[in-house]
Write a protein that binds this ligand. Structure first.
Ligand code: ZN
Length: 172
């Protein structure tokens, strides 16, 4: 799981001992360039290095569909070059780019954007004015949790989700 993908992200993930091919999901807090300008490289490294047959899921607030579509468009030709050069067994054509974009916002309410194998990821609104929407993410797993706030200032909603003892639900 990677939260935000600035241009330095790909240079730091490998040395941290995490193969790029093992990245399963990307979560974007907002769309300032320093939070997204490494996304294309991460998508390419993950695909080319892992023979993935499905594109990377990218989660984010409303507007993430524009970001994902833009990166997919920008890499369209290189995706074709890679398949032609290495062949579809090493570079499965359908694994390029990003395939799913989940809108995550909500004002006071959390939105569960991923719930798999005991891991629950909840997006919640944060304050990064004038940038809106902007979200933070809470990861709950095996009774432990971590919150990534993005570029927010201190806010009651951030405090609420950071202090919550249990997972939040999309149900009202
Ligand atoms: Zn920002």
């Amino acid at each position: 799981m990677v939260v935000d993908v600035g241009s330095g992200a790909v240079r730091r993930i490998g040395p941290a001992g995490i193969p790029m091919s093992k990245v399963e999901d990307v979560f974007l807090t907002h769309f300032h360039s320093d939070h997204i300008d490494g996304l294309g490289e991460l998508l390419m490294q993950r695909w080319a290095g892992g023979a993935h047959e499905a594109p990377m899921p990218v989660h984010g607030p409303t507007g993430v569909e524009d970001v994902v579509a833009g990166f997919n468009q920008a890499y369209l030709h290189d995706d074709e070059y890679r398949v032609a050069h290495h062949g579809p067994k090493i570079i499965p054509p359908h694994g390029a780019g990003a395939w799913r974009c989940v809108r995550a916002a909500g004002r006071g309410q959390g939105v569960v954007v991923l719930d798999v194998d005991g891991l629950k990821v909840t997006a919640f609104a944060v304050s990064h004015l004038p940038i809106t929407p902007a979200v933070g993410y809470r990861f709950d797993y095996l009774g432990r949790s971590v919150v990534v706030s993005g570029d927010t200032v201190k806010s009651a909603n951030l405090q609420k989700f950071a202090e919550a003892p249990t997972c939040w639900s999309t149900k009202p």
